[in-house]
Design a protein around this ligand. Sequence first.
Ligand code: HEM
Length: 427
Amino acid sequence: MTADAAAGETAGKPAPAGPSRRSLIGWGGAGLALGAAAAGGTAAALRTGGDASPAALTGDAVPFHGAHQAGIATAVQDRLHFAAFDVTTTDRDALIKVLREWTAAAARMTAGHEVGEGATGGLDELPPDDTGEALGLKPSRLTLTFGVGPGLFEKDGKDRFGLRDRRPKALVDLPAFPGDNLDAARSGGDLCVQACADDPQVAVHAIRNLARIGMGKVAIRWSQLGFGKTSSTTPDAQTPRNMMGFKDGTRNVSGTDTAALDKHVWVGEKDGPAWMTGGSYVVARRIRMHIETWDRTSLKEQEDIFGRDKAEGAPVGKTRERDEPNLKALLPDSHVRLAHPDSNNGATILRRGYSFTDGTDGLGRLDAGLFFLAYQRDVRDAFIPLQSKLARNDALNEYIQHVGSAVFAVPPGVRDKDDWWGKALFA
Ligand code: HEM
């Protein structure tokens, strides 16, 4: 950032590109002025319609505090680093300390600040508080979304942290679905953090720093990098395409449709337990695609499988992507016909997945696919019935396999600086 830009910010006019992380190093008065600029960036994001605003494509910060956690209804960012953690400590207070420190670090990182004293601001004799690889990068709409898995409440029959009675009824262990080929090393987890940002380095930096803070008390069980968002929560934006070349996310819950979010995504007051009101449940599935087989499949068959055409994304018999599908015109085993809410008593999920390619499978094929993420109010009447039907009938099954799985309860948003991830759960 130039001196002129900094002077402009001091006068209360944030530079259009938003604050850079390097600019936010706390050097006395300059640091304070630039900190105010960061707050200005946040306010700008709020002014443009809340955290779901597609206008935040400028590298701005997404507000961290609020009624709901950011990263769910938020306009989907370009990159993902999702991490599941095992809690390795048996000490409840030690776990609470990690969660408090995580929350403080998350609030700073999402605003574009360094963790604690920063990468270079502490004592020379100590390792720095921040690992440093995000210095100079913009906030990049980083969101950090926190969840708790079934194992936090009970593991191997043990009530590890006195939380057994607080487990939400909706946080069920997912059943085995036909065709599942789950790898335990890529499944489950006591805690999760979903980091989404427009810059992969910002997302990776965030997960790395949280893992570092938790060292000795929590350990990363598995993590997944994602690119090329495969779903849209912003209907006005161009729908992204998945690794099969099809537009993905056309019919999704929009991040600005508060009525649909309240009905299908946010846990309501009457749903219980109270600590989950305003939260959600996320299902993560690592879905491997047999893309080599897919690439040898005719265009006609590819389109039949989804029930939409490849170029426009229009449903069979219609011309435009946003035209409502006439389900009867689609083949009975087509993905869209099977997954549509009208075929599932209205069951609706908010999809927020990403593509992945993780090298090869050792057999000359790419280990590629969709890291599927779905948020919902209750998995028992959303993901579970949907996937039960898809696993049995979907024509797409010939080309995919579910190889990782996890479910987490995602508490409501962190209200203010005295609140922290899980505070109401541990109260
Ligand atoms: C690799 C696996 C998958 C691929 C490639 C895929 C791809 C697609 C595509 C291309 C569409 C049509 C465009 C759209 O409306 O977004 C779609 C729709 C949809 N998919 Fe998937 N999907 C996959 C897995 C799943 C799973 C596991 C579920 C849920 C259990 C699911 C649920 C849905 C739903 C609810 C819709 C919207 C249906 C509608 O309302 O018309 N998908 N998917």
